[in-house]
Design a protein around this ligand. Structure first.
Ligand SMILES: Nc1nc2c(c(=O)[nH]1)N[C@H]1C(S)=C(S)[C@@H](COP(=O)(O)O)O[C@H]1N2
Ligand SMILES: [Mo]
Length: 313
């Protein structure tokens, strides 16, 4: 069969999709008051899983065309599955349900959430965000998810909590990369409590109107659109509130190159390459990189008090 590859600017397919998704039979049943009434419902699209309806939030405009779904879901960085970009097939081995997210540490209400239960307790929406990898490629993806601040509300951080640590699930039976024992597994990332409270910090459970595929960090990942992509840890198992600044996976491996803050800045080169421009997945077009990846109006205030720290790498 001939596979025709869509150029990245082709968004007709996505435009044809309604902006509401059927993420959630049980949630939809509950909302409609039909649970257990035996009322016949329209058949769902094949492959749909339990996720709530997500309306696109128009506040976050990408000002760029969407990346073709095929590009965003087949060119991935996920070291648990390999140190190259073609891990999407291998990642299908990561079971997506049942999935438990533990929230613990310095919180009033530590808890273990079954992901589907959690999704009934938070407002789910779609946001089109730019994503900028530190390797200077970039994409624009319609993610579905909920604000990290909603999870924080459920857990109620103590006053002593200063940071949030995000831990990726370590599943040896699915993740061949874990056998590379020189890496400091599990993949850990982190942010400050103020960054976690920022409206942009987004827990992602879907992409392109579908459940988030495992290669993109399904079933649940974090996304910080103003930071380099490595800050956005995938397939999260634990979120820990702490008074210690988390030392992230990449910071442990190469502290001269990858720091805690990692805010996007075109003026501060990586030690081995320029960050002035970026390559758009799919079209391969090169465009100028923006300070805070273009999200300065939302986040620049977070860093006004931070002095003597390398905010940019
Ligand atoms: N657990 C885990 N999370 C991860 C990574 C990883 O290797 N392992 N790579 C990061 C990097 S460097 C980037 S750019 C993004 C890539 O996300 P994508 O595959 O959805 O584009 O995931 C980030 N999250
Ligand atoms: Mo990255």
């Amino acid at each position: 069969m001939l596979l025709r590859k869509n150029p990245g600017w082709t968004i007709a397919e996505r435009q044809a999709t309604p902006e509401t998704l059927f993420f959630g039979r049980r949630a939809a049943l509950a909302a409609a008051g039909l649970a257990g009434t035996g009322v016949a419902l329209p058949t769902r699209r094949a492959g749909a899983v339990d996720l709530p309806t997500a309306m696109r939030n128009p506040r976050y405009r990408p000002e760029r065309a969407l990346t073709a779904e095929r590009e965003a879901t087949t060119y991935n960085n996920y070291y648990e599955f390999g140190s190259h970009k073609t891990i999407s097939a291998a990642a299908q081995r990561l079971p997506q349900r049942p999935w438990t997210l533990r929230v613990e540490g310095l919180v009033e209400r530590p808890g273990e959430f079954a992901l589907d239960d959690l999704l009934r307790r938070v407002p789910v929406e779609e946001r089109v965000y730019r994503h900028r990898c530190v390797e200077a490629w970039a994409m624009v993806v319609p993610w579905s998810g909920f604000q990290l601040s909603e999870l924080m509300k459920l857990a109620a951080p103590l006053g002593s909590a200063k940071y949030v640590r995000f831990e990726t699930a370590a599943v040896p039976s699915a993740m061949p990369g874990l056998r590379q024992s020189w890496y400091p597994w599990p993949y850990v990332e982190g942010c400050t409590i103020q960054e976690a409270a920022n409206e942009l910090s987004f827990m992602v459970v879907g992409a392109y109107g579908k459940p988030l595929p495992p290669q993109n960090g399904g079933p649940v990942r974090i996304h910080f659109p103003w930071k380099y992509g490595f800050k956005s840890g995938k397939s999260l198992a634990r979120v820990v509130l702490t008074d210690q600044r988390p030392k992230s996976f990449w910071e442990q491996i190469q502290p001269q190159e990858y720091g805690f803050w990692a805010n996007v800045n075109p003026a501060v080169p990586h030690p081995r390459w320029s960050q002035a421009s970026e390559r758009l997945l799919g079209t391969e077009e090169r465009v100028p990189t923006q300070l805070f990846n273009g999200y300065g109006e939302f986040v620049s205030g977070l860093y006004e008090g931070v002095q003597g720290e390398r905010l940019w790498f």
